[in-house]
Design a protein around this ligand. Structure first.
Ligand code: ATP
Ligand code: MG
Length: 433
């Protein structure tokens, strides 16, 4: 038997007799007719079973199956305006059946967040989540396409490391054989700066780890970090790259999977409206906007959600905040040559209250300057010896950024919480299942 994907049936490319297989997402029957919503990896198909067509015995057997039993069905595809997706399968035969052992715990009523988190291993089957995970896959595909078209090489960095990239407060300590002071990586950046002299323009898509001490709607303790690094590029150059990449991903989602985007909660037309370049404002201007909204903030403070919320609700497209004070950026950020108290840094903010989605900027490439910055930050140069070494041989101006995959998906789909952008979200309270 050749099995057809539900998505291909719904796309209209299939007619006549077919076989499908999947899980029973929902089922109801009355008066000798049963509507079974069958879910396979690609989507949901209404399958209609008539007692008179399949016989009393088989009908009774199907009727008795618990939700999330799996089975093979064959029949004829028909157009039907009442069916979700506009097509249904009129069932004529049943192949293998893999019955569920018990009633399925997730029923069609509102469950609490904790219950769904405890049952995440089952909840990942939910059609709403399935839809978001399909979009997530498309998102990563679109990013990789863009990188390939623009001459970037994908490469990897280790997850175990001995130095902090984003400050010590969110480091995860690891027991690493006999060695003390080993952590899970917060960013690939330091290794990326080594790799640009090997491969040129590079990127990675990999998990980063942050021991985020607060429960928020936009922090995970393990998130997927899309990071890139470029030699011979300054802050303006890296922001151009960010504009083009984010716009390409948004347009690809809107053009290639508009129905999925709409189902997730965003009108694809809004993604198509994005245009490069995104506005760029200075940190100083951003502080003034926040203060103008009546929210407390002093020059030199970092943005928390109390500030990013009102700031980003003033915009309807992403925008860059440029030139953060040195005091709130790690040591590797290049000081502005015209204004030593700020750095050549840029964060991309998503509008509508979503806040930061990219953090990046130009790196210090001069040895003495970097050495001094390490000391000024109270760090031990020993821990950064190899990183400092990079400034001894062929050091050139270079820049890069990190984009939070889940953050961007959350904004692009208009979701309320970061947790549903990733199959098994990790936060300070949740490492099981
Ligand atoms: P925030 O201030 O929001 O915590 P950050 O300044 O710590 O962000 P960076 O260190 O610049 O973030 O990391 C680059 C990007 O990675 C961020 O712009 C964001 O999109 C993403 N990111 C950072 N921390 C997290 C996290 N805990 N969970 C999900 N995404 C994150
Ligand atoms: Mg942070």
């Amino acid at each position: 038997m050749v099995f057809i994907d539900v998505a291909d049936i719904l796309a209209g490319g299939v007619s006549g007799g077919v076989s499908v297989r999947g899980w029973i997402n929902n089922s109801r029957s009355s008066g000798g007719i049963m509507f079974m919503l069958l879910r396979d990896g690609s989507g949901l198909l209404q399958c209609t079973v008539r007692r008179e067509a399949v016989g009393e015995e088989l009908y009774g057997k199907l009727e008795g199956l618990h939700l999330e039993s799996a089975l093979e069905l064959s029949g004829t595809v028909r157009e039907d305006g009442r069916a979700p997706g506009g097509r249904e399968l009129s069932v004529e035969g049943v192949g293998a059946v893999y019955p569920a052992k018990l009633d399925y715990p997730i029923v069609r009523k509102e469950h609490g967040v904790e219950f769904l988190a405890d049952n995440r291993h089952l909840y990942v089957r939910d059609p709403r989540l399935q839809n978001i995970f399909h979009i997530r896959a498309k998102f990563l595909e679109a990013a990789r396409d863009w990188f390939r078209e623009h001459g970037y090489t994908e490469t990897q960095s280790p997850s175990f490391m001995t130095a902090s990239v984003e400050g010590g407060s969110t480091l995860f300590n690891v027991e690493y054989f006999e060695r003390e002071g080993v952590y899970l990586t917060q960013s690939w950046q330091l290794y990326a700066e080594a790799m640009i002299s090997s491969l040129g323009k590079i990127y990675t898509i990999a998990p980063s780890f942050r021991a985020e001490p607060h429960r928020t709607r936009r922090h995970l303790s393990e998130f997927w970090h899309l990071e890139l690094e470029e030699p011979w590029t300054d802050l303006a150059g890296i922001m151009d790259t960010g504009d083009a990449l984010v716009t390409h991903i948004a347009h690809t989602l809107a053009n290639d999977v508009p129905e999925k985007v709409r189902k997730a909660g965003r009108d694809p037309a809004e993604l198509l409206k994005l245009e490069t370049p995104f506005p760029r404002i200075s940190y100083d201007e951003a502080v003034e906007i926040v203060q103008g909204e009546g929210v407390e903030m002093f020059w030199g403070d970092d943005f928390g959600w109390q500030q990013e919320g009102p700031l980003t609700r003033k915009f309807d497209s992403p925008f860059w905040v440029v030139g953060f004070p040195s005091g709130i950026k790690p040591f590797y950020h290049m000081p502005d040559p015209d204004r030593a108290e700020v750095t050549m840094s840029g964060d991309l903010m998503a509008p509508e209250g979503y806040g930061e989605i990219i953090g990046g900027g130009q790196r210090v490439h001069d040895y003495d300057q970097l050495h001094q910055r390490v000391l000024d930050d109270g760090l031990d140069p020993e821990n950064y010896s190899w990183y400092l070494d990079l400034r001894r041989w062929g050091t050139v101006p270079h820049s890069g950024f990190g984009l939070g995959v889940e953050r961007v998906i959350m904004w692009m789909l208009g979701l309320e919480h970061i947790r549903d952008t990733i199959p098994f979200p990790r936060d300070m309270r949740r490492v099981f299942p």
